[in-house]
Ligand binder design. Structure first.
Ligand code: SAM
Length: 342
């Protein structure tokens, strides 16, 4: 189901802290018919100057966008005045862009069953808290990226002992896209030190080959399921990597082009590879325009489904999820991409 947004109507968009400029730039380049309306913190509204439908818009640097319904105060939100259509058939998400994303207890209590994960519903109503007494109501469709998570955030907490915050980048991607991890599944991590992402994989009983010239945290280095290839990725040869690696995760402090070139060189002979999760750094604003080039580049190398998305824990970076034909069918993709997987 797509949502129609008519000429003169508004959409709203949320993004990660500190990334408003990336989102505005992306919109300017891709959708010049959208005009900026209102902006507050990491919340924006845009007015469309032509009739559009929700499946036309695919943005990397928004965590959630929706057709805007209206702005309301807390008093209005707690009154009978607000009527969402049948909430047994649609989902209701309530999330906040306030500090620490704290939710208002009264609002949560009043609306009751919000934020339950339901992958069946076609439409999701949104209540976004932008200020203490400012809420925006909107609606988005299931076919949009990570539709079933409020603000596309699976709310994963970082374990205290994790060697780095990179734990979250991988954990969030795995949850949002429903990638299943199994015992002794073989993963290669390029740019693995100090080891947050490898730690997440080891916690899930995977076998991990970590490549990085830097030291790994003892939490990974001393784990029997971890093998450290301690050198720059440029010096890694295919014979150092098992041919039955299933997944590759990449988080290199290299420029994006070089990073992708190394990844494609290394994955050439991996016959069992299901997919790759590549963190791409945004070094300057113009890099926003290269996202599509990177997607095309991956498609040219035979990856059937390629998704670019910014995860909740991302700073100036985004994830490229590259899936081979052998990727499990139950991976949760925006519905317009699923067609090519079946
Ligand atoms: C953002 S950190 C990776 C964080 C890591 N994934 C984790 O889970 O903790 C980037 C890493 O890229 C590594 N790196 C930079 N250049 C590299 C190269 N040429 N080959 C391999 N690793 C490299 C750095 O040593 C650094 O540890």
């Amino acid at each position: 189901m797509t949502i129609k947004i008519n000429n003169g109507e508004f959409i709203f968009l949320c993004c990660n802290d500190g990334n408003l400029d990336l989102l505005k730039y992306e919109i300017k380049v891709k959708y010049p018919y959208l005009n900026l309306g209102y902006s507050c913190g990491r919340f924006l509204t845009y007015k469309t100057t032509k009739d559009i439908s929700s499946n036309e818009i695919d943005l990397v640097f928004t965590t959630r966008w929706a057709k805007s319904i209206k702005k309301v105060s807390k008093k209005q939100l707690l009154s009978q005045e607000i009527n969402f259509p049948d909430l047994t058939a649609h989902s209701l998400h309530y999330y906040s862009l306030l500090e620490n994303e704290r939710l208002d207890d009264e609002v949560s209590a009043f609306w009751g069953k919000v934020n339950t994960l339901n992958t069946e519903n076609e439409l999701y109503y949104n209540i976004v808290q932008v200020k203490t007494d400012e809420f925006w109501l909107g609606v988005h469709a299931k076919e949009q990226k990570c539709a079933d998570f409020p603000n596309s955030n699976p709310q994963i907490s970082l374990p205290e002992e994790s060697p780095s915050r990179a734990y979250l980048k991988l954990a969030e991607a795995v949850h949002l896209f429903n990638i299943s991890l199994s015992e002794n599944q073989k993963w290669l991590e390029l740019g693995s030190a100090p080891g947050g992402a490898s730690y997440f994989l080891l916690q899930n009983k995977a076998l991990v080959w970590g490549n990085d010239p830097a030291e790994m945290s003892p939490l990974c280095a001393l784990n029997k399921k971890f093998i450290h290839i301690k050198k720059p990725v440029q010096h890694v040869t295919p014979c150092e990597i098992p041919t039955d690696i299933e997944w590759i995760s990449v988080d290199l402090n290299l420029n994006p082009k070089q990073s992708l070139m190394e990844v494609f060189r290394i994955c050439r002979n991996l016959r069992f590879l299901k997919g790759m999760l590549v963190t791409v750094k945004i070094v300057n604003l113009e890099h926003v325009e290269y996202v599509q080039d990177n997607i095309n580049w991956a498609r040219d190398r035979g990856f059937d489904n390629v998704i670019a998305i910014q995860l909740p824990s991302h700073k100036r970076e985004y994830l490229l999820l590259l899936l081979n034909q052998s990727a499990p069918k139950k991976i949760r993709l925006p519905s317009n991409k699923i067609q090519t997987l079946v």
